[in-house]
Design a protein around this ligand. Sequence first.
Ligand code: TXA
Ligand code: MG
Length: 308
Amino acid sequence: MKTVLTNDVEEAAAFIKRGEVVAFPTETVYGLGAKVFDEQAIAKIFEAKQRPADNPLIAHISEIEQLDELAIDVSTAAKELIGVFFPGPLTVVVKKSAEVPLLATAGLETIGVRMPRLEIAREFLRACGTPVAAPSANVSGRPSTTTWEAVYEDLDGRIACILQGDATEIGLESTVVECSRDVPELLRKGSVSIEQLRGVVPDIRLGELDLDGPALSPGLRHKHYSPRARVVIGREPSDRDAAFIGIHDPKKDVAYLRISEDVESYARDLFEFFRQCDRRGIATIYCEPVAETGIGAALMDRLRRAAE
Ligand code: TXA
Ligand code: MG
């Protein structure tokens, strides 16, 4: 398949309307989209990224009214979170409507819903005229993509189109909150922090983030965010051929280095740095640990998963 590269949202949306798969930018990471209500289109997403069938997809919307097509019995907690954080880097998990195919939700009776705030993403979704199911636009198990070039590297020839936007501004995937049960639960950390969530829904629980437990968010059981290189959390590289990323200098010299300005830029730079290290054939990447507040908590979560 020839992958069309374009910065025209209408051209990209036309592929979605025809049941094809399109990668598009959001403020978190690039997504790999297809029509939510079309099983054949959804199947193409799983095939293109070689995603395990037990890992559910997030539905992306441009208008709040689209929630009615996707969900039933939306809880008060979900409504409150949506009221404050939509559009933005938050996914709420709610009970799915009968129209949503089980293929999209990996057999679950719930669906994750998110309204991106990035303008080009909203224009694209508006032009699609339908909610768009989209996981991150990477080959399964690889780091999520934060530039269209990284999408091209993973998925050229496997998808119909890439909507070319800028490098993403946040660089880590959305915060995911399960809201279909009595007590809302944080399933994945992101740039909307637990502190911010509790400011709106005080009784929110830290979810079952344990990889081997009965995870509510099946995706968290799968290996994630990993470069081919070995990832070590620390500031003392033991060999000169290693790479380092952080906000302070490493304590020893390394072959390849990225010092980001602050924790936000570190989060933004991380996945692309992983990919750059892989392109250079680097064997070990040292990553500075950061304080687990704000986006630091999400960053540490991704570092731990990559280091496993
Ligand atoms: O920022 C993001 O969320 C990006 C952009 C493209 O929106 N998308 C993304 O999708 O990261 P993905 O598929 O790579 O990660 C979705 C996560 C997985 O951990 C998945 O298991 C969880 O959300 N998830 C999706 N639907 C769920 C559901 N119904 N119940 C529990 N967890 C769900
Ligand atoms: Mg992903």
